[in-house]
Design a protein around this ligand. Structure first.
Ligand SMILES: CC(C)(COP(=O)(O)OP(=O)(O)OC[C@H]1O[C@@H](n2cnc3c(N)ncnc32)[C@H](O)[C@@H]1OP(=O)(O)O)[C@@H](O)C(=O)NCCC(=O)NCCS
Length: 185
């Protein structure tokens, strides 16, 4: 992998979008993304309770970048200051040159190709610049939107774990999707 990508935060750009580092001034939008009950439906983690929690999260995300553990972007439409989404390689596995992704978008913007567009740019960066070998996603199998998005991006289903995840008093299934560098090139 090429660690020089961590020298300064890699801002990415697509025809419609700007992908940038998490900043404290984005706290309100990031709070919405982490607390909206529609967005959180299949994320299977507790919604953020307040903005103090988000400020702590922003600091942790900045530290993850400094320590090469993750690269997490906020997403804005060009010309707008509103953070409408996030997309992250939030867990980078240095031994196996692998990254796990996570993403979410405000519901007003769904089905406009936004996360597909952002993902294509992130994957070009991940495979060609950072030089990971594989990218994985762990989803709740009921999350049809996320599953179809991953399939459209070329991911293959590699595992279905039954009731391996305990959240909110229930044992939930997990499905693992993966994209190899050879699938992308
Ligand atoms: C999953 C999510 C990020 C999709 O973002 P999006 O920008 O609306 O997706 P796109 O418009 O780029 O869609 C790309 C493809 O994904 C699939 N897709 C997206 N949303 C879908 C939906 N609601 N139902 C069925 N398929 C869907 C389609 O195949 C679509 O291609 P098409 O429009 O040509 O048919 C968005 O629904 C979201 O934020 N959900 C809540 C958070 C979440 O679940 N994150 C993932 C956790 S694993």
């Amino acid at each position: 992998m090429d660690y020089s990508v961590f020298d300064s935060f890699p801002i990415l750009e697509t025809s419609r979008l700007l992908l940038q580092a998490y900043e404290v001034q984005d706290v309100n939008d990031i709070y919405l993304l982490n607390s909206d009950s529609v967005i959180m439906t299949y994320l299977d983690k507790a919604p953020a309770k307040n903005k103090v929690e988000i400020l702590t999260k922003i600091k942790a995300i900045q530290k993850d970048f400094e320590e090469h553990r993750g690269i997490n972007w906020t997403i804005k439409m060009k010309g707008s200051s509103e953070v409408i989404a996030y997309f992250g390689m939030w867990r980078i596995d240095h031994t196996n040159h692998r990254a796990e992704i996570g993403y979410a978008l405000k519901p007003d913007y769904w089905r406009k190709g936004i996360i597909h567009e952002a993902a294509c740019e992130v994957f070009d960066f991940a495979f060609n610049k950072l030089q990971v070998h594989s990218i994985m996603a762990n989803i709740n199998p009921a999350n049809i939107a996320s599953e179809r998005l991953l399939k459209k991006l070329g991911f293959q289903k590699e595992a279905h774990f039954r009731e391996d995840y305990f959240y909110d008093g229930k044992y939930l299934d997990s499905v693992i999707y993966c994209l190899l560098t050879s699938d992308w090139s």
